[in-house]
Design a protein around this ligand. Sequence first.
Ligand code: ZN
Length: 225
Amino acid sequence: MTNLRYLNTTCAVCGDPCRFTIPEAAGSVGSRDLDTRPAEPLRSTIYAWVKRCPSCGYCAPDPGKAPEGVADVVKLPRYRWQLDSRRFPRLANTFLCWSIIQEELGAPAQAAWASLHAAWICDDEGDDVPARICRIRAADLLRRAWEQGDRLTTQAGGDEAILVDLLRRAGRFREARALVRETLEQNPPPLIAEIMRLQARLIDAKDRNTHTVAEARRYKMPTTL
Ligand SMILES: [Zn+2]
């Protein structure tokens, strides 16, 4: 169990006071999922990663701070629609709103992360369709980050590993398979190669479930590509 504490702050957009429950800093024990989702107890603190101002709907890791231009994004019709969309769990909307802010402010890599995190919320709720929508959005934003010369991770092949998992779990098997082949041809670091070989097996089995990096380490059998 993690201990709870509170963050009292003033919303940087509307100026109203707000109070958020936040868990103590938590680590994780065990393997990450293939899309980097950490193990427990960190995994379960996700509800506190992005917070929503109850007055104006500004969503951010710290609503007490607002980069320039945020006040305008929060007023956009697409932001207001997302904030209360019934197609997604409420907490997923909070993450997707933060994703929209990052996208509008020209930070597609951060927007992709927020959209991936929204997918995890949908996974926890058992909402498959919104989870797929979040993953497709994250994949699009990741590619947009690449076009801008930006990446989500610093590790060679790390972004490709995330993108393959996004595509596989969204059911885009053909695209995922092509990326596996392309990445393996580039002679990636050993762990990325192991992940790609596991992904190839999962794609062949049309498996859209969560799998861990530990499984990739166990599967060292060469796969015909
Ligand atoms: Zn506010």
